[in-house]
Write a protein of this length. Sequence first.
Length: 249
Amino acid sequence: MPNDSSAENPAEEQSIPSRSVSADVDAAAGSAPRPSWSWHRFTRNALLVAAILFLIGLFVVEGVVPHLVPKNFGVVDEGRVYRSGELTTTALKSVVEERGIKTIIDFGAHDRDPAGEKREQDTADLLGVQRYVLNLEGDATGDPNRYAEALRIMNDPEAQPVLVHCAAGAQRTGCAVALYRSLVDGWDDERALVEAEDYRHDPEDNPKMRAMYRTWKDEIARSIETGEPIEIDQPSTPPSTTPTDGGDG
């Protein structure tokens, strides 16, 4: 009689495990590859890249550019007068050597920074450049005698080429250059003042610069012509007429 094991051992047949439908679904789900793109992953990576680019840009702008590009630099009269904002040691050395600067007029870029004051004076001394510090307020106001002294130096062939600067190169430097444009180059007032706006002066943000110019321009012209100081209501320190010694800054 034929041996029918399947018939004789029904229990063995039943003991063979069978995969449930749910197990098959789970296995299929587990073996399927995860999606390679998602909004969450994209957003995270985009933010990471943006942060890295921001840090690189900040480093370049704050750490590299000021050394390579002189801050707010401009030519007033080629070979005679130049203007700028506060310069790093590297940028100052570059401008002095490229333009043959013989004299620097600083309207107070380092008036609250003794270390910066000493650093610029030491650089000027090392380069053999005379440096005058004629402190004025950041909004371009102050003793008008200092503008008169600055213009005497700027218009002196023995002192040229001259670099005039303050911290930003916009207000004090802007007023001095506007006075130079009017009293030396013969520009009308509006043209001279509008040029200052090309170098970051905003008349709405700082109306005192124009007021300073208009109030004292005629007296400054008279002082330059006669050599007599301008009389002002409140006493002030006479303008510097010799280079600073670079001691304590």
